[in-house]
Design a protein around this ligand. Sequence first.
Ligand code: HEC
Length: 143
Amino acid sequence: MGLAVIIIGIQFFQPFRNQSEEVTATHIESLYTVPPKAKAILVQSCYDCHSNNTRYPWYSRIQPGAWFMAQHIEKGKKELNFSSFGEYSIRKQRSKFRAMAGQVKDGEMPLASYTLIHRNAVLSQEDKQVLIEWFSTMEDSIK
Ligand code: HEC
């Protein structure tokens, strides 16, 4: 009974929702041409935590899941935010591209705790290839 009250009670405390459709001037898509294939994968598997626009599934309203999600978003954006990529120096952008390729290659990203629930964010071998190739091309081409 006590637990039920707590579970119902915490439903009223919803964290800030990270939702902005705006494609800002510093958005990676405003700065660089993102090939459609790579963009689709980024939207599907990375933007939820690394941009200002998270697509929330219905169950994200249910606590305590929403808090975990909010924490991932806060930490994820601090490390890498595609919506404000242009605020990084070129040097930093290059090192971010290198880090992205590394994280994807090592299977570190997207976070396993996320893909456990968001099955459609799991990267196929082909997805990884597309991303890694584009990340590497970017790292080599921007100066
Ligand atoms: C569930 C949220 C989530 C998703 C989805 C996600 N990330 Fe992350 N990412 C994080 C968090 C949180 C961190 C901070 C470090 C940590 O906790 O591991 C991070 C860190 C990173 C870093 C390290 C930044 C640095 O400078 O070292 C890179 C690169 C990265 N993510 C790339 C990606 C890419 C590429 C994708 C999509 C394929 C992705 N992430 C998907 C949450 C996420």
